[in-house]
Design a protein around this ligand. Structure first.
Ligand code: GLU
Length: 551
């Protein structure tokens, strides 16, 4: 009995690896092109950290005219959740991050290097496991889980590293005959890698993000094929990223410590190892403590959260790029109209320790993104969101012609309004512009500096009687507010007021605030002239009269 015969006995029906090596030839790519992938497991909701990794992988691939593919890692079938694959595919689609190759639905895929779902690649892994067995680089292990536990306890008692290695690796030194006999006798087994490593030797790894890291060599005889015939993550990673031609493995840094094992597997399989870039997790400031965004504790960990709030996917992506490369923000400032694909993303400039997630900052980015939308785009996006999440907003927006005017206020100019961060804020943001809501709501009037009833009443009455003319252009309109201010003894210019504060009770800005509050019940609104234009004469008069009544 030799290794070859043992391998045939274990995997009688699998193909030679040369079949797969020919079936998946080396990719013909332009010089410098990089192949990256997103390889999630469908075991839970799509995490913002996953989206972050995928975005980074896309940026790197696109920048080099390379390939980005999606591989579903579903070898842990016990942990798989319903709709897991669909959620992943849809999330990428919603964020306009559809892969060049890979799964495009739960069952369909595109690309020449598939299947892109690991559970459909069983015979491929087995072919490579057989190849390892043939060379004596892998072996069947007959230890039961109970025996494994026994070994672990002994190791703990002896205060040595736990695991299946060296003298502890019981099945490692069985003869081929003994192995064959056990198999014939029907004993259950898994396949282990026969590690050639020694723990007292070091390897050097140069990670694109983490830089130079030294590790002890791997000496663990890890499982490569499990009892269900499927591979472990480690083995599938080597086989898949080899056959699929990944040139840079971009993944979470929880895998950094597995690099010695992975490099060894590539070596023993005769594959060229990819480069690695290990991404630090997104962190959160929790009352002064920096910790990982948690799947259980933090709603913002779920990608669906942003959709539910109505934060545009582009805003989320821009924000993620912000925390991925600190130079992005500056680039964005200088290149307001460029698409994010044009940003020269640098993998090696990513944070080694983990970027801090900041919802306020994300909202600022989102405000900027939405400020560049046309009124029509705001309308369509908000309406799509509202149909799913907010019926009241649907009702508000129903009058499309009027809504476009409302949303068009201070938009499309050099300094567009930046007050909307998410569609969930829209209602609150615009409802005062709709007479049916405005006159129904009994809002307080938050008058500011000029707050005595008499003065307010006089300002509003005088404005209505003498100064309001819906046909005035903006200059005339504002001059009239100045005239009104002067007539009532307020400074007609702010600077006059500042020069001689003792001469005046208030200034033109304070008078404007009275008008603004009376018209909208808000102290902060976009441009008041535009608001009045959109409201129209009838509404303006009615609102001012109501404000007088309510004094
Ligand atoms: N399926 C692994 C995970 O979700 C992927 C790691 C990798 O990208 O290689 O953690």
């Amino acid at each position: 009995m030799n290794y070859k015969e043992l391998a045939d006995m274990i995997f009688p029906d699998v193909k030679e690896i040369s079949y797969y090596e020919n079936k998946y030839p080396k990719r013909l790519l332009p010089e410098g092109a990089v192949v990256t992938r997103f390889a999630p497991s469908p075991t839970g909701f799509v995490h913002i950290g996953g989206l972050y990794q995928a975005l980074v992988a896309i940026m790197v691939a696109k920048k080099t005219n390379g390939v980005f593919f999606l591989r579903v890692e579903d070898t842990d079938q016990k942990r798989e959740i319903e709709n897991g694959v669909t959620d992943i595919v849809n999330s990428l689609k919603n964020f306009d991050m559809a892969p060049d190759e890979g799964m495009i639905s739960d069952t369909e895929e595109i690309g020449e290097y598939g299947p892109y779902k690991q559970s459909l690649r069983k015979e491929i892994y087995q072919a490579y496991a057989k190849y390892m067995l043939e060379q004596g680089k892998a072996y069947p292990c007959f230890c039961t889980p109970e025996e494994g536990e026994e070994i672990r306890q002994k190791q703990e008692k002896a205060k040595v590293r736990t695991g299946y290695y060296g003298v502890w690796a019981k099945c490692r030194n069985l003869s081929v005959e003994e192995m064959a006999e056990k198999i014939k006798a029907g004993e259950k087994y898994i396949i282990r890698f026969k590690s050639p490593g020694r723990e007292d030797r070091k390897i050097k790894h140069k990670d694109i993000i983490k830089g130079n890291v030294d590790f002890p060599e791997n000496d663990q005889d890890i499982v490569i094929i499990k009892a269900d015939g499927l591979p472990t993550y480690h083995f599938a990673h080597s086989v898949d990223d080899h056959l699929m031609g990944t040139t840079i493995v971009i993944r979470s840094d929880e895998w950094l410590s597995s690099v010695p094992l992975h490099l060894q597997l590539f070596q023993e399989l005769g594959f060229k190892a990819p480069k690695y870039a290990h991404i630090s997790p997104i962190m959160k400031n929790d009352n002064g403590n920096k910790r990982k965004l948690s799947k259980r504790k933090d709603p913002e960990a779920a990608v669906s959260y942003y959709e539910e709030l109505g934060i545009p996917s582009l805003a989320v992506k821009e924000y993620l790029l912000n925390i991925a490369n600190s130079t992005f923000e500056n680039w964005r400032r200088q290149n307001k109209d460029k698409s994010i694909e044009e940003f020269d993303f640098q993998l090696n400039k990513m944070s080694v320790s983990g970027a801090l997630f900041d919802m306020v900052k994300l909202c600022d980015v989102s405000k900027l993104v939405i400020s560049k939308y046309t009124a029509e785009e705001v309308y369509n996006n908000a309406m799509d969101w509202a149909k799913k999440y907010d019926e009241e907003l649907v009702n508000i927006l129903k009058d499309k012609e009027y809504s476009l005017k409302v949303l068009g206020i201070e938009r499309g100019n050099a300094k567009p309004r930046k007050d909307i961060a998410k569609w969930a804020d829209m209602k609150e943001n615009i409802e005062y512009m709709y007479d049916n809501i405005f006159f129904e709501k009994n809002c307080e009037y938050p008058y500011q500096k000029i707050s005595d009833k008499e003065s307010i009443k006089k300002i509003l009455e005088l404005y209505l009687e003498k100064y309001y003319d819906e046909n005035d252009d903006k200059q005339v309109w504002f001059d009239k507010i100045k005239d009104l201010s002067e007539e009532m003894g307020y400074a007609r210019e702010v600077k006059e007021f500042k020069a001689n504060p003792e001469l005046y009770k208030a200034h033109v800005g304070d008078v404007s605030t009275v008008l603004r509050v009376a018209l909208t019940t808000r102290t902060n609104t976009p441009d008041m002239y535009e608001i009045m234009q959109v409201l129209g004469k009838e509404s303006v008069q009615k609102r001012l009269k109501l404000a007088i009544e309510k004094l």
